[in-house]
Ligand binder design. Structure first.
Ligand code: G3I
Length: 388
């Protein structure tokens, strides 16, 4: 294999060298497809003439100097059918999250019959491409299989049986992926929104009691003691009553020696709402408890059509969250919830909104992508021992 050794851009750690190889989806972590090397060599010549640093490298390479995992949610149907999607997912990211195929409704659509295929394929894809897997999600009040919700609703599944079903689900799934999933979103979206957040009145809260979260964490830890166990939610990127509810819960669980290792901040932003500019201070609270933090589902939506102001707002929003992560010693992962507008969940859920991801529907870089590259390239980072 012809290897081209190139000096990294001037702003990155001195002497950092990256090996690039031919464009294959099986490129090892420190290699990028030739296309990027061409971009790099083009960029290099531009850098040589202008003196400006060339930051046009894949995100995973730029993130590597920080020990930061850079991830994406993966749409398994697209991964199977779309070569450009598959290659870019391999090239750009060092972490992957199943957008849907590790959720209860997809894994166990019929009671006791597990559909491991799509999730196992994601694990294989990650292993081929030197990527770590973030498991999403063990307990969530959405995307539950009908046999479960119907059984609880009609009373055929009582509290005792639901407890056993939940224990069995967590144990079965975490054991199945033992050693293959770095971290799990054990409970997703546990708190209500607003000024006085409380635990959502889910079937888990109703039938297992308020300490169902602690119990779920213990069951997951017993199934894979090495997996990092996270809680995860949206609208907690800045300091607000909901993020403070998680902070207080984290302190309580840590006092009780419950195996909680991290807090996920989904980072679904919308330009019509204020920028979470105090995200660094918010993450610092959790970091000081000894927890890992991660932005787990970042996208930045706005009402279409776009314009230069919305584009600038999107760049600033992505960069605010990435900067907050880089300012936090144990912020280990920055994951976008889809990397191309071609497959984003946003248009189907928010009428009139879209363009929420870093690449357009033709996989062309948007300003948001360039912004992420630049922040990763220029950040001098004392916290670069994240070890991702
Ligand atoms: O799998 C079924 C398929 O069998 C059926 O034919 C089809 C027709 O309705 O639906 C398919 O399920 C869809 C599923 O995605 C898989 O594609 C559901 O309808 C659809 O609602 C579901 O949407 C997902 C959404 O969670 C559900 O709330 C989105 O793709 C996914 O991006 C989104 O992700 C969530 C995170 O898990 C948690 N944080 C918020 C985030 C956005 O809602």
């Amino acid at each position: 294999m012809k290897k081209i050794r190139i000096a990294m851009v001037g702003v990155l750690a001195a002497g950092a060298l990256y090996t690039v190889g031919p464009s294959t989806a099986t490129a090892a972590p420190t290699q990028v497809p030739l296309g990027a090397a061409q971009a790099q060599s083009k960029g290099n010549s531009a850098a040589r003439t202008s003196g400006a640093p060339n930051t046009d490298l894949p995100l995973r390479l730029l993130a590597k100097q920080h020990g930061l995992g850079i991830g994406t949610a993966v749409d398994m149907a697209a991964l199977a059918a779309d070569t450009a999607y598959r290659e870019r997912a391999a090239q750009e990211f060092s972490a992957v999250t199943a957008e849907n195929v590790m959720k209860w409704s997809e894994l166990e659509p019929t009671r006791g019959q597990y559909n491991w295929g799509p999730a196992d394929e994601l694990v294989r894809f990650a292993q081929r491409n030197g990527q770590k897997v973030h498991g999403h999600t063990l307990l969530w009040h959405s995307q539950l299989p009908a046999w479960l919700t119907d059984g609880v609703a009609d009373g055929s599944i009582d509290s005792a049986e639901l407890r056993e079903i939940v224990r069995n689900h967590i144990t079965t799934v975490v054991k199945h992926f033992r050693g293959k999933v770095r971290a799990w979103d054990v409970v997703n979206e546990a708190f209500t929104d607003g000024d006085a957040p409380v635990l959502r009145d889910t079937i888990f809260r109703q039938h297992l009691g308020p300490d169902y979260i602690a119990q779920a964490l213990r069951w997951a830890h017993a199934a894979d003691p090495k997996a990092k166990l996270f809680l995860n939610d949206y609208a907690i990127d800045n300091i607000n009553p909901k993020s403070t509810a998680y902070y207080e819960l984290a302190k309580q669980l840590r006092r009780q020696r419950v195996p909680l290792h991290g807090q996920g901040f989904q980072g679904h932003l919308d330009l019509q709402y204020p920028l979470p500019i105090d995200a660094p201070q918010n993450l610092a609270r959790f970091d000081k408890l000894g927890l890992e933090t991660a932005f787990t589902e970042v996208d930045v939506r706005f009402f279409l059509p776009g314009d230069t102001y919305k584009e600038a707002g999107q760049v600033g929003s992505f960069n605010t969250l990435l900067s907050a992560c880089l300012l936090t010693p144990r912020c280990v992962m920055f994951t976008v919830w889809g990397f191309t507008d071609k497959y984003s969940w946003v248009p189907g859920f928010f009428d009139g909104q879209g363009s929420a991801t870093p690449l357009d529907e033709n996989f062309q870089p948007k300003a948001a992508y360039r912004g992420l590259q630049q922040v990763l390239a220029v950040a001098s980072d004392p916290n670069n021992r994240r070890g991702f």
